[in-house]
Design a protein around this ligand. Structure first.
Ligand code: Q46
Ligand code: ZN
Ligand code: ZN
Length: 307
């Protein structure tokens, strides 16, 4: 196996591109994919303050590293989910990464800052924990970015993640979700811009990027992931990819180029009808936002504005 660029010995192949790279050219390939995603979708403007949602896993740490290497000013945001040893360990990876590079890590802790954690939320809602977890993350990433004066939140969703989410949305033909599924969601009243700069990189590539750059990341998966539908979708897509490399990318990028705009208006009209949450002020279609309703269900006492 030879590197496509320099013809030296390759250390990794990228089957969907039918190619292989040596260490240096692979690192360059990853950074180039991120640069292209940012450029193609106008994700980040010069001078923007970026907040990277960092979990301590391979994707978010690779993303933080690459953004800095591409010259962006990026701070990290770590959200403590309270999932036992898994969360304790993930926090250590995020803090060590930030400390070793002298970067700022903003920390929010669900239990001490908001009065609940993910295991308690799962118990109270009698649902799979990922629902409450995803909802909490979306709300608090946005909140932390608004509070800190950041222009954009960047998350480490990669090509595999996005293809799996797309498959789930297509299987249910969920028009509003399909309308929102895009690598950049522009800012609007109460929302900062959200971007997914790793959308052109597979998860095998982000893992290899960390290993080759010497980035220590949490390998262990979340113990509460069981029951997460996306894991099943990933398995299906991996089986298809195995038979026919490039399927995932064709599925996702075909949708982004030719399918997404057909659903975009559904998401836009939804956004136009949002008011302010009576508790926290976040945009919501109802009187109280889903995040505050979740906290109420877990037993946190909330005060409505003006009450
Ligand atoms: S952290 Fe949260 Fe994930 Fe764990 S509970 Fe589910 S959503 S699996 S990325
Ligand atoms: Zn090379
Ligand atoms: Zn609220």
């Amino acid at each position: 196996m030879k590197c496509r660029v320099c013809k030296g010995p390759a250390v990794i192949d990228v089957r969907r591109h039918n190619t292989a790279f040596c260490r240096d050219h692979f690192l360059h390939h990853c950074e180039e994919q991120v640069r292209r995603a940012i450029h193609d979708h106008d994700m980040i403007q010069p001078g923007d303050r970026v907040l990277v949602a960092v979990s301590g896993g391979k994707d978010s740490l690779a993303l933080w590293e690459i953004l800095e290497r591409l010259g962006y000013e990026a701070d990290g945001l770590y959200l403590g989910l309270g999932i036992g040893d898994y969360s304790d360990e993930s926090g250590t990876y995020a803090r060590d990464f930030a400390a070793a590079r002298g970067r700022t890590l903003v920390e929010v802790d669900l239990a001490s800052d908001y009065g609940y954690d993910i295991p308690r939320a799962a118990q109270a809602t009698h649902r799979a924990p990922c629902g409450a977890c995803g909802l909490s993350k979306r709300h608090l990433f946005n909140r932390a970015a608004l509070d800190g004066g950041y222009d954009v939140v960047a998350t480490g969703h990669n090509l595999d993640d996005e293809a799996a989410v797309l498959l789930g949305n297509v299987l249910r033909w969920d028009s509003a979700y399909l309308g929102r599924q895009y690598p950049v969601l522009p800012e609007s009243a109460g929302f900062v811009r959200k971007v997914k700069p790793l959308v052109r990189l597979g998860e095998r590539e982000s893992a290899a990027y960390c290993v080759l750059r010497g980035i220590d990341y949490q390998v262990e998966e979340c113990p509460m992931a069981e029951g997460n539908r996306h894991l099943g979708y990933k398995e299906v897509l991996n089986a298809l990819e195995d038979r026919s490399p490039g399927t995932k990318a064709a599925f996702l990028f075909g949708f982004l180029e030719r399918g997404h705009e057909r659903f975009a208006s559904v998401a836009e009209s939804e956004r136009d009808t949002l008011g302010e949450c009576a508790v926290c002020g976040a945009p919501t279609p109802g009187e109280v936002c889903a995040f505050c309703r979740l906290r109420e269900r877990v037993g946190v006492e909330l005060t409505r504005k003006g009450a």
